[in-house]
Design a protein around this ligand. Structure first.
Ligand code: PLP
Length: 223
């Protein structure tokens, strides 16, 4: 198995190649290492190899790691959010990618600390996936001007597990179109598109991803 620094470099090279193919600059793409199930030692290994952004799915696990690793790391919450567990969230994470309903948005606002929010969309319509419908997104964005501590920065989506990454392309394209549309409609200037995982991040970068969430390709298979 590859060591973390070698795997990380391979992912960076693939991002750079996808940027070249699509006329983008690699500076526009932030690599978020997904560390659910990855211990602190391996997170530090990736951090030492230059990775500064890490994404976690589960609040308890994340809280333990974040409090242990006080190292100038930028933490991203990317997992499903339970409304009754939002309390610490804005203190722990700089970005929350998985806001998919008004109750979560309001609960985050009540934390009283500014939080950068991405709204998660379920574009595939799969019932097993979290994420708002486009209508639900509209309802959340209508609410934003009335909230004090919510900074809307972008949209997030998760493509289904396709047998070929090309099949995810239309969904990534649609996320970008939706971003442009809602920016116009709600007079916002959101810029972030959080899309692409180990299996499909190159296609996502070609379609405009500004944040890719990559776990397995950096840290190996999860147990
Ligand atoms: C686990 C996870 C990822 C990373 O998946 P890999 O296939 O391991 O790269 C990305 N985004 C979300 C929301 C996840 O839960």
């Amino acid at each position: 198995m590859n060591t973390i620094p070698v795997a990380l470099q391979a992912v960076r090279d693939s991002i750079a190649a996808a940027c070249r193919r699509s006329g983008r600059s690699p500076d526009e793409v932030r690599l978020v290492g997904v560390t659910k199930g990855v211990d602190e030692g391996r997170i530090l290994e990736a951090h030492a190899a230059g990775l500064n952004d890490f994404g976690e799915n589960y609040l308890q696990e994340a809280k333990r790691k974040i409090e242990t690793l006080q190292h100038g790391i930028c933490w991203h919450m990317i997992g499903y959010i339970q409304t009754n567990k939002v309390k610490y969230m804005s203190r722990l994470f700089e970005y929350v990618h998985s806001v998919d309903r008004i109750e979560v948005l309001e609960a985050l606002d009540r934390c009283g600390k500014e939080t950068k929010v991405l709204f998660e969309l379920n574009l595939s319509g799969e019932e097993t996936k979290h994420g708002a419908t486009e209508e639900g997104l509209g309802q959340m964005l209508e609410k934003v001007p009335f909230l004090q501590h919510i900074v809307p920065v972008g949209l997030m989506t998760m493509a289904p597990f396709f047998d070929h990454p090309e099949k995810a392309r239309p969904l990534f394209r649609r996320l970008k179109e939706t971003l442009l549309l809602v920016n116009e409609k709600f007079s916002l200037t959101m810029k972030e598109l959080s899309m692409g995982m180990s299996s499909d991040f190159e296609v996502a970068v070609e379609e405009g991803a500004t944040m890719v969430r990559v776990g397995t390709a950096i840290f190996g298979e999860r147990p």
